[in-house]
Design a protein around this ligand. Structure first.
Ligand code: 13P
Length: 251
């Protein structure tokens, strides 16, 4: 079963208008020239969505946000609704990133509710899961990720509207990457849990991305693994050259 690789850049809380516009334009031009065998997505902060959308015009590079509300509209100061994201031109929204689970105490139940709202608004979702270093050391990586999948992924998820991102918390922004074999072990396990939850057909076609210090030097080995269907890239997605080099590793 061949799954289209997705390379997604999570810009996190980085970028101002001018540099982000330049970065998005450079990515758009280079992706057009490279014509990679992968889908490409960039996820800037809310304030830059419109600017980046304009900079990507005419290219196949897609736009995503990094979070959304469970509500469609109303008295929810500081929140942004999935309908607003769709209106701003977003294709995707990242949900349940470990930085949100930690900084904003987001539970898997909340992540699932956000995913349902986003899917109802016509967005695609990238649902993030991953164990902490303590959990890994205690041999609980598979148990923790199973629980997160079961509680965070809505039953309305399909292979075309939902992507999973496995991001071991200890590998995010640390320069410490999971070995391809360690990552593959979790990815294969996640696919098994998805099959129990959504059926084998959906699980076989659903993409599972790896995230956590993915960079040009390790991307090819990670992407070569059977159940690794792309990357969710933080730091290396902020430099067009590095991001493009990762994209160019897709076979
Ligand atoms: P880094 O690539 O900077 O480790 O970040 C990964 C990540 O959290 C992507 O969502």
């Amino acid at each position: 079963m061949s799954r289209k690789v997705l390379i997604a850049g999570n810009w996190k809380m980085n970028g101002l208008m001018a540099d982000s516009q330049a970065l998005a334009k450079e990515i758009a031009v280079k992706v057009k020239a490279l014509r990679p065998n992968a889908e490409v997505l960039v996820c800037p902060p809310f304030t830059l969505l419109t600017t980046v959308k304009k900079a990507l015009r005419g290219s196949k590079v897609m736009l995503g946000a990094q979070d959304c509300s469970t509500f469609d509209k109303g008295a929810h100061t500081g929140d942004v609704s999935p309908i607003q994201l769709k209106d701003a031109g977003c294709d995707y929204v990242i949900l349940g990133h470990s930085e949100r689970r930690t900084d904003h105490k987001e539970s898997s139940t909340l992540v699932k509710a956000k995913a349902e709202s986003a899917l109802n608004a016509g967005l695609k979702v990238i649902i993030c899961i991953g164990e902490t270093l303590d959990e890994r050391k205690a041999g609980k990586a598979l148990e923790v990720t199973s629980k997160q999948i079961k509680a965070s992924v809505p039953s309305m998820s399909t292979a075309s509207n939902t992507v999973i991102a496995y991001e071991p918390v200890w590998a995010i922004g640390t320069g410490q990457t999971a070995t391809p074999d360690d990552a593959e072990e979790v990815h294969a396990h996640v696919r098994k849990v998805l099959a129990e939850k959504l059926g084998k057909g959906v699980a076989t076609r659903m993409r599972i991305l790896y995230g956590g210090s993915m960079k040009p030097a390790n991307a090819a080995d990670l992407l070569a693994k059977e159940d690794i269907d792309g990357g969710l890239i933080g730091g290396a997605s902020l430099k067009a050259a590095d991001f493009m080099e990762i994209i160019s590793k897709v076979k």
